[in-house]
Design a protein around this ligand. Structure first.
Ligand SMILES: Nc1ncnc2c1ncn2[C@@H]1O[C@H](COP(=O)(O)OP(=O)(O)O)[C@@H](O)[C@H]1O
Ligand SMILES: CC(C)(COP(=O)(O)O)[C@@H](O)C(=O)NCCC(=O)O
Ligand SMILES: [K+]
Length: 263
């Protein structure tokens, strides 16, 4: 029997689109800016690393939180949208309306439930936005918080002022405790970092005092730089591919329902 081709997962975030080929253990990934035009999708198709993953893939599954970009991708690539409704139906939702919860947040909750059956878990995602979500006993989504991510904070400072420059997120060690900047860009980076760490501490301290046994998972493109600071404060486990793991859970259920077994 010929070897089954691995499924490909395409996740469309507000900043990055990830193509990820499932394999034994880790995903093989290609990460690009989320497309905003047909020309961007064509450029993505020409990108050798993406081409290679698309050529190697069996079924290709699509999900994300940028409808226009997902439409552009689905017009040009053989992508099968994963059902948000099915994902939501797997949890008890204290969210109003339940449909409005982002696909990425749903996927991270499904991944957390699969990784920690029966457990209460707090999921932190430092992406375009930073989200903190509370999953009770691997079943009930109790709700969450949404904060601006690092780049969004820097963009807002530039957009709202005449003299503050446009800065890029990342780079350098994340803010620890005391410290002041002695030039504009340093003041902005320190201020935004302090706001992010302070905001996360405020939210996590509150949630952990209400749910002392909760497990903590962290993911997202902005997470790695903050890990040394945050892991000094909380027993956070870093999982780079939480959204993709959730998409994998969902795709497995969809193919099982069609009688095709696991993808
Ligand atoms: N070196 C970096 N390059 C890109 N984004 C970074 C970097 N460092 C931190 N970030 C933050 O990570 C965010 C992107 O994270 P990602 O998980 O890819 O987002 P999304 O899933 O929303 O597309 C950026 O908006 C920015 O705030
Ligand atoms: C909160 C988000 C913007 C996070 O997106 P991301 O930072 O991962 O690109 C996204 O999950 C979203 O658009 N959600 C819809 C609204 C909601 O979850 O209530
Ligand atoms: K996010």
């Amino acid at each position: 029997m010929p070897e089954a081709r691995q499924p490909l997962f395409v996740h469309v975030g507000n900043t990055h689109t990830v193509l990820a080929l499932a394999g034994v253990g880790a995903f093989r990934k290609c990460v690009l800016p989320t497309p905003r035009s047909p020309a961007d999708v064509e450029a993505l198709q020409r990108e050798p690393a993406c081409r290679e993953l698309l050529d190697a893939a069996g079924a290709c599954y699509l999900g994300g939180v940028v409808p226009e970009a997902m439409q552009l991708l689905a017009q040009r690539l053989p992508l099968q949208p994963l059902s948000r409704r099915r994902a939501a139906s797997l949890l008890d939702m204290d969210y109003n309306p339940p449909d409005s919860l982002g696909f990425d947040r749903l996927c991270k909750l499904l991944a957390a439930a699969a990784m920690h059956p029966g457990e209460t878990t707090i999921v932190v995602d430092m992406g375009t936005a930073t989200t903190i979500d509370l999953l009770l006993e691997a079943r009930r989504f109790a709700g969450g918080l949404v904060m601006p991510g690092e780049q969004a904070c820097l963009d807002a400072l530039h957009a709202a002022t005449a003299l503050l420059p446009q800065l890029e997120a990342g780079g350098g060690e994340a803010y620890r405790s005391a410290g002041v900047g002695t030039k504009t860009s340093e003041c902005m980076h320190l201020g935004v970092d302090a706001m992010i760490v302070g905001g996360l501490r405020q939210a996590l301290d509150g949630l952990l005092s209400a749910h002392p046994g909760a497990g903590l998972l962290i993911t997202g493109g902005g997470a790695e730089r903050f890990l040394p600071v945050l892991q000094g404060l909380y027993p956070l486990r870093y999982e780079a591919d939480l959204v993709l793991r959730g998409m994998q859970v969902l795709a497995g259920l969809e193919t099982a329902a069609l009688g095709r077994g696991d993808p």
